[in-house]
Design a protein around this ligand. Sequence first.
Ligand SMILES: C[S@@+](CC[C@H](N)C(=O)[O-])C[C@H]1O[C@@H](n2cnc3c(N)ncnc32)[C@H](O)[C@@H]1O
Length: 238
Amino acid sequence: MAGRVTPRRRGSYGMDAPFAPAFLAGLVLFYLVLAIVTGRAMFWLAVLFISALEALFIHTALRGKFVVWAELLAGLKLRGDERILDLGCGRGAVLLMAAQHLTTGRAVGVDLWRKVDQSGNSAEATQRNAVAEGVADRVELHTGDLRALPFEDNDFDVVLSNFAIHNISGRAGREKAISEAVRVLRPGGRLLIVDVRATQQFQAQLARLGMHEVARRGLGWWFQPARLVTARKPQPGR
Ligand SMILES: C[S@@+](CC[C@H](N)C(=O)[O-])C[C@H]1O[C@@H](n2cnc3c(N)ncnc32)[C@H](O)[C@@H]1O
């Protein structure tokens, strides 16, 4: 392994779903004005509650996900020669931490670089971050849709994804993304998905597809409502 990876980063990773914190900030302002004008306790409570949600959201995007994934990646106990695929890698928050666990392996990111899902999202921004984190020699970026991955079957030892698949609208589209994740994973390979919605759907589909060790769990009260779904692709004959 290429050394211990800490959540402290040198790159610049933007804000997830940047319209969400802007909307919450607008709501806080709205209730603050109401609270000051009317003096009613319920509006002060609304200010407190929405401010807490806003703080949780910003904490998750700027720090929480790095802490969570540092632990998840360490738990994989990688050798360093694996091929890892990050579905919807965005500016590389998880992809580049994964790359720091590799020596001869490759960390491959695929994305459509939607700025509505992450501020400043682009392949160029991710490439700059790869250089800033010192892993550009181990990172490959591809433009592609999670519903039709531009990779061969059984190509990756690990497939992971953070806060990406829920952005696909419609159950059928999300099911296609999960089927694609399984298709490109090699037999015995591991799948890890952290997401804020539809994780029960992912879990059920993975079980239906015959994946082994399918599990779903929370990631701590401060990382709500995200859930981790994990699974392993069966080896033929086992
Ligand atoms: C909230 S961002 C998360 C990015 C990154 N995983 C992270 O944790 O920082 C969601 C990402 O999913 C990507 N995305 C959404 N729908 C996609 C699709 N159908 N195919 C590929 N990427 C998609 C967006 O472009 C965006 O980069």
